[in-house]
Design a protein around this ligand. Structure first.
Ligand code: PHE
Length: 339
């Protein structure tokens, strides 16, 4: 009996199945109901008492070996593709599909890259803000309509806390915590209580910029924005500044660029005016400096802010803002070649 068991052990050791069927044959031969091990255990009854201990041990060893072999190959067959009777190791691997960057990320990165070439750093801040950083420090009068429930998502239990409505709040934090010269942009998500449509959403993305130093003038602002517009929309792009109002800048302006779609001739994107509005800007109001601990007699500065969705829509001629949030792969994969 012992020699028989030794032979079986050798057989198990040498066994290398090339497919699932061979492995199944092996299982039936050794571990099946009418298999070798069943026979061996049956014969065990006839073993002489002084041999029982040794034989029992040997049979169990064989059983464990056979079971182990079965387990090892079972796993590998389950995880491999089998072609015919063999593994086809020459089959080309299935390429792993890379995701594509979201168009808003593509444009955000491009804007960051343009401003970083001018020396702007990137600053980050919380999306849940207090009244001070989102409004009060920015010179919003207490009764300003932008604080109204219609525009701002306040936290029910605490009217002092809200979802930030612009990333100007980050600039307040930067001014509070550092000394001029300050030259930074703050990209991020902002929230406003707006009805969702092709042109508006309750969540969107902004990039705001701030430059504070001695002798910063409106000319610096204009030149910075002209550089940005040309880099973003092409060398031929023209800009135009129209007077506007923001509580935190004085004077304030809104900037239009010459329509990059019709080249200024007039189309439905620019509403046949040849110009499209892309951002708000102005010279930082001295009150804001005082609120943030910066001496407004020594320093001046400019600020600007733009919606990334709007820039992306103009750049790629996208006519519905909701597309950015639907995560439809057919839309998203069109931007795969963009940087
Ligand atoms: N914070 C303004 C907005 O959200 C944009 C802006 C920034 C305007 C800086 C002027 C200066 O609309």
């Amino acid at each position: 009996m012992q020699t028989k068991i030794d032979e079986y052990k050798k057989e198990v050791d040498l066994f290398e199945p090339s497919n699932k069927e061979a492995l199944e044959q092996f299982r039936i031969r050794f571990l099946g109901k009418k298999g070798i091990l069943t026979d061996l255990f049956a014969d065990f009854k006839n073993v002489a008492p002084d041999q029982k201990r040794l034989m029992g041990q040997l049979i169990n060893e064989l059983k464990n070996k056979a079971e182990q072999k079965l387990e090892t190959y079972k796993e590998s067959f389950e995880s491999l593709v089998v072609v015919g009777n063999t593994f086809d190791l020459s089959r080309p691997a299935e390429p792993i599909k890379l995701g594509t960057r979201h168009p808003l990320s593509v444009v955000r990165n491009e804007i960051i890259s343009i401003f970083s070439r001018l020396g702007f750093t990137v600053s980050d801040g919380p999306e849940i803000e207090d009244d001070w950083h989102n409004f009060s420090a920015l010179n919003f009068p207490q009764e300003h309509p932008a604080r109204d429930m219609q525009d701002t998502f306040f936290i029910n239990k605490n009217p002092d806390i809200a979802l930030r409505t612009h990333t100007s709040s980050v600039q307040v934090r930067v001014m509070e915590n550092s000394k001029p010269p300050i030259c930074t942009i703050s990209p991020g998500r902002v929230f406003r209580n707006e009805a969702i449509s092709a042109r508006a959403h309750c969540l969107f993305h902004q990039i705001e910029g701030l430059y504070v130093d001695k002798d910063v003038s409106f000319i610096d602002l204009k030149q910075t924005l002209l550089y940005f517009a040309k880099e973003m929309f092409g060398e031929k792009t023209k800009i135009r500044l129209r007077p506007s109002y923001f509580p935190f800048t004085e004077p304030s302006a809104e900037m239009d660029i010459s329509c990059n779609i019709c080249g200024g001739k007039g189309c439905n994107i620019c509403k046949y005016s040849g110009w499209v509005e892309i951002l708000g800007c102005g010279m930082v109001d001295p009150n804001v400096f005082t609120n943030c601990g910066i001496d407004s007699n020594v320093y001046t500065g400019f600020a600007f802010g733009m919606g990334i969705e709007r820039i992306t829509m103009l750049k790629y001629e996208i006519n519905d803002l909701r597309l950015f949030f639907e995560n439809d792969i057919r839309f998203l994969k069109q931007f795969s070649s963009a940087v």
